[in-house]
Design a protein around this ligand. Structure first.
Ligand code: A2P
Length: 345
């Protein structure tokens, strides 16, 4: 692809933002000019892109003038604040935050899952919650062989989902714990090293935390199954950057055979089956870290229910859970010619 686009990253200095730079280089993303935006705290800091040092700018409304495509990854509040400015400057936005995901007129897309529902009129496209995106990469292919009626998920979520500061807190606490120093808590609500806790988001009136509620709502929207029975328990574990999920899938009738499940997953883009029973080798967050594919394994019939199967998933939270899906979305939009003033229109 020719390098023709002016691209901005809002949240460039964050854990996801840094992945965008790496992915743009690795995938030869068609960037002509890259604008790095963050808070005033980071203004003047430099980041390396294609061997050049680029200066980070404090975001402001004028920053989107002349920008073809912007990736928002600085939290929901900033997305709500800067989408109108981007819209005014006719910039297509791929938003990694939760700000617009459930808006009826905003497509919520993972290309492999529901890319066919994206239309050329979309100027704002929401990238789903990381846990939902990773889950749906494994669930969605199953629809080719059987209809599911109920999903039960328990998660083992990494620090990266809470940002670069949470990753650093996990490193620091681990070091302090092993050195016998007092543990310092700055980002997470509980000691993180050598511990696990219920996801660090507020609990609603039904006893579900925000993360669980997002996964439920977003899966229903993306699968276009508004009445899907789905129950989720989200847990933070002391892992740096890959989320894992234990999933039971119940079908309308007898569950498909494990051979058929393995076959359909094996032929799905972005999924890798890791299911070596003889060597007890199944998806692990360390294996998933830095990988584009979502790993799926522990495939088995649910002995408690002939209509259900169980599986275990690991996916890189910063990649398929965030930046990679956003870049896939952008590539998808670019390929259709819906973005870019000169070449792509
Ligand atoms: P900064 O590094 O200047 O704080 P993470 O998810 O890893 O915590 O990253 C969050 C990203 O969002 C960072 O790039 C951060 O920039 C950016 N950010 C946070 N608050 C603001 C703000 N008020 N305006 C612009 N960017 C922000």
């Amino acid at each position: 692809m020719d390098r023709n686009l002016t691209v901005a990253i809002l949240g460039a200095t964050g854990a996801v933002g840094q992945e965008f730079l790496r992915l743009f280089e690795a995938r030869n993303f068609p960037v002509k000019r890259l604008i790095l935006l963050a808070s005033a705290r980071s203004a003047g800091q430099t980041m390396t892109f294609r061997g050049a040092e680029l200066e980070v700018q404090a975001v402001c409304e004028e920053a989107f003038e002349g920008v073809d495509l912007a990736f928002f990854s600085a939290g929901a509040e900033r997305s709500r604040q800067y989408w109108p400015a981007a819209q005014k400057h006719d910039c297509v936005v791929i938003d990694n935050s939760s700000a617009f995901r459930m808006d009826l007129d905003v497509p919520l897309i993972v290309p492999e899952v529901n890319g066919d529902s994206l239309t050329s009129s979309a100027r704002l496209i929401a990238n789903p919650n990381c846990t939902a995106a990773i889950l749906l990469m494994a669930l969605s292919p199953l629809r080719k062989i059987a209809q599911f009626s109920r999903i039960i998920v328990s998660t083992y979520q990494s620090a990266s989902g809470a940002g670069a500061a949470a990753m650093q807190e996990l490193r620091d606490q681990t070091q302090d714990f092993l050195s016998g120093n007092p543990i310092q808590q700055k980002v997470m609500p509980h000691t993180y090293a050598f511990n696990l806790f219920s996801h660090n988001t507020p609990i609603n009136e039904f006893g579900y935390n925000d993360e669980e509620w997002k996964v439920i709502a977003e899966c229903r929207k993306m699968l276009d199954l508004p009445d899907l029975k789905i129950n989720v328990t989200c847990i933070r574990v002391p892992i740096l950057r890959a989320h894992s999920e234990s999933v039971t899938v119940e079908f309308d009738g007898p569950a498909p055979s494990i051979e058929d499940v393995r076959e359909v997953l094996n032929t799905s883009h972005g999924v890798r089956v890791v299911d070596d029973r003889a060597n007890n080798h199944f998806p692990m967050p360390l294996d998933a870290s830095g990988q584009d594919d979502v790993l799926v394994g522990r495939l088995r019939q649910d002995v408690s229910n002939p209509n259900a199967i169980s599986m275990f998933i690991s996916g890189d939270q910063l990649l398929k859970g965030a930046a990679l899906t956003a870049v896939h979305l952008a590539e998808f939009v670019i390929a259709t010619g819906w973005v870019g003033r000169e070449v792509w229109v």
